[in-house]
Design a protein around this ligand. Structure first.
Ligand SMILES: NC(=O)c1ccc[n+]([C@@H]2O[C@H](COP(=O)([O-])OP(=O)(O)OC[C@H]3O[C@@H](n4cnc5c(N)ncnc54)[C@H](OP(=O)(O)O)[C@@H]3O)[C@@H](O)[C@H]2O)c1
Length: 343
């Protein structure tokens, strides 16, 4: 088995990591013993053993030795005492011959120290060419640690003419059920928190929980937190549904600047947030330059009317702002989905 194939095993294990690892990243590790046997393991739960520790435990159970073995890890082995002892020390103690690493860990307490420790102990360290796939596992987590602020996804649902709600104001939803199921399953279960406005809370009284196609809440470890972002003094939220939702009551987040709020969220271990608000806050966020990804559900309809539409950029295009189209998907007869990523 080549180093590349071993890293593919580690990647496959990491992709199955449950959300319970948050606020840790998804990490997978794979072992190739000196006599050609292989094994993979993943980090399973925050505070629990890291992928390398679980790999060593599993190897022991199966009677496999790490002496002279090659270990592939999707993220640099840690070098610090956190909730668990350093994984680099474990690999050194077990006399591993070679470690294939997917990515250097941007987390300040690791940041290259794990690799240095391994090299200083005489272990061969190889950086894997599969770094792109390792990056994709924890894209938002890595972004947050590199920029010391939460990663921001702006989620919107509009008509073709950029309206956020129907002209009569009666319907809360501009897109159909397929778009909502998609957003709940792929976005709300992914992010750590939803940022909204008091205007949207008052208008829609939304729950902002993650639900399946039947409207049933996903398990609580898949529920995002909710923050009501405002420049004003805190208001009473107790009469709204967000006060009694799965995933915990919404909190008021006093806004000084978008940058400061995103840094504060990062300091609380909230690394991946999604803005779900109306045209005013959505436009302001995009104009601020703090949107890293746009998830746009578009209904093939023209709403017309006088109500404000999404028009933040004085006619500017998203590519001109440094976004590229990453995905375009038709969800139903009437709705499609676009994902734009800051390059
Ligand atoms: N289609 C969709 O995807 C979608 C999603 C959500 C909501 N909606 C609809 O959108 C409507 C509400 O839209 P809206 O435009 O009135 O409100 P909005 O965009 O949800 O929120 C506007 C509020 O955001 C706060 N804010 C904080 N920083 C701001 C900034 N820099 N610039 C502007 N506002 C800032 C302000 O409240 P403070 O004064 O408290 O700071 C402001 O009143 C509702 O009817 C709802 O149904 C649609």
């Amino acid at each position: 088995m080549t180093s590349l194939e071993l890293m593919q095993l580690a990647l496959a294990a990491a992709r199955e990591s449950p959300r319970a690892v948050r606020p840790n990243p998804k990490v997978g590790a794979a072992l190739l013993t000196s006599d050609g046997k292989s094994l993979a393991a993943r980090h399973e739960v925050f505070g629990g053993p890291h992928a390398e520790v679980r790999l060593a435990e599993e190897a022991k159970k199966q009677g496999l030795s790490l002496v002279g073995a090659t270990v592939a890890v999707t993220l640099e082995p840690c070098a610090h005492f956190g909730k668990t002892p350093p994984c680099a020390d474990l690999l050194i103690r077990e006399k591993v011959a070679k470690v294939v690493v997917g990515l250097q860990d941007p987390f300040a307490q690791v940041a290259g120290r794990g690799l240095e420790k391994l090299k200083a102990a005489g272990i061969e360290v190889e950086m894997s060419p599969l770094s792109g796939a390792c990056e994709a596992l924890n894209r938002e987590w890595l972004f947050a640690h590199r920029h010391k602020r939460a990663h921001v996804t702006l989620k919107m649902a509009t008509s073709l003419d950029g309206k956020f709600f129907a002209a009569d104001g009666k319907s809360q939803w501009i897109t159909g059920p397929e778009a909502r199921v998609h957003a709940h399953r792929h976005l709300r279960t992914r992010v750590d928190a939803i940022l909204t406005s008091f205007a949207t809370v008052k208008a829609d009284d939304p729950l902002f929980s993650a639900r399946d196609a039947e409207g049933k809440d996903f398990p609580s470890d898949k529920q995002p937190k909710v923050f009501v972002l405002s420049r004003s003094a805190p208001q009473d939220l107790s009469k709204f549904k967000i006060a009694k939702r799965a995933g915990g009551a919404a909190q008021w987040l006093q806004l000084a600047s978008f940058e400061k709020s995103l840094q504060d969220l990062y300091a609380q271990g909230i690394f991946d947030v999604m803005v779900e608000a109306g045209p005013a806050l959505s436009s302001a966020f995009l104009e601020s330059g703090f949107v890293d990804e746009v998830c746009h559900y578009v209904a093939a309809s023209y709403v017309g009317g006088e109500q404000s539409s999404f028009a933040p950029l004085a006619g500017g295009s998203l590519p001109a702002l440094g976004f590229s189209l990453e995905a375009l998907e038709q969800l139903s007869e009437t709705d499609f989905f676009l994902r734009l990523q800051r390059k």
